[in-house]
Design a protein around this ligand. Structure first.
Ligand code: ADE
Length: 234
């Protein structure tokens, strides 16, 4: 057990999917896993381990924002030996072509800061996805005819930004969408020599202010989980 995860040694699989919302972890485990067992309830941050097509897999909430994700990803990697971590979550579209329900595979994640910023000092480290996972997720998404985009995303420290100039510059430089966790996940993966990817669905649009109704969010979330599982185990 760690400070934030109550799982016993061996109860976390090598592959961990990480949605922001712990209730989504519970829903996905019950929907997609065989023999799902709850392995964490500390602070309501639910984690489940089960099997998918015979592969052992864990799904564990990350919470919102990079400081929260950093706690869980650090403990999953360092204390439980997780080797493949895939964030599955929502993002706000930046580009006219990143439309509601589209899938965004974050090849890189730009940020103003991350919990790791202080260790890099003046260096602007470029957090990148694992290429094997990225290419497998792209194949899985196109095989199911999903509208999928691969490229740079923005991992923001805020949901309610007071800096529209950041949005304008990032959009001008082709950044696809905004979320709040991937950059630190990629940095931690690089630090510990493990694989990471963020598979995102556009749930709202920053420029047009459109947003997905909650029924559609569940369906999109299910599609992301399947893409992430196929990517992890191909
Ligand atoms: N995740 C989903 N929509 C978002 C937004 N608008 N900003 C940051 N993260 C998000």
């Amino acid at each position: 057990m760690t400070i934030h995860i109550g799982a016993q040694p061996g109860e976390i699989a090598d592959t961990v999917l990480m949605p922001g919302d712990p209730l989504r972890a519970e829903w996905a485990a019950r929907t997609f896993f065989q023999d799902a067992t709850c392995v964490n309830r500390v602070r309501g941050m639910l984690g489940y381990t089960g099997t998918w097509r015979g592969h052992r897999v864990t799904i564990h909430g990350s919470g919102m924002g990079m400081p929260s994700l950093s706690i869980y990803a650090n403990e999953l990697i360092r204390d439980y030996g997780a080797r493949t971590l895939i964030r599955v979550g929502s993002a706000g579209g930046y580009q006219p072509h990143t439309r509601l329900r589209d899938i965004v595979l974050a090849q890189g994640a730009t940020s103003v800061s991350t919990p790791s910023s202080t260790i890099f000092r003046e260096v602007n480290f470029a957090p990148l996805a694992d290429f094997g996972l990225l290419s497998a997720a792209y194949r899985a998404a196109t095989a199911r005819s999903a509208r999928v985009h691969v490229g740079n995303i923005h991992s923001s420290d805020t949901f309610y930004t007071e800096r529209p100039d950041h949005v304008a510059e990032l959009t001008r430089h082709g950044v696809l969408a905004v979320e709040m966790e991937a950059a630190e996940l990629y940095i931690l993966a690089a630090r510990h020599g493990v694989r990471a990817l963020a598979v995102l669905t556009v749930s709202d649009h920053i420029v047009t202010h459109e947003a997905l109704p909650s029924e559609d969010r569940e369906q999109s979330f299910g599609e992301m989980i399947e893409i992430a599982l196929e990517a992890a185990f191909t």
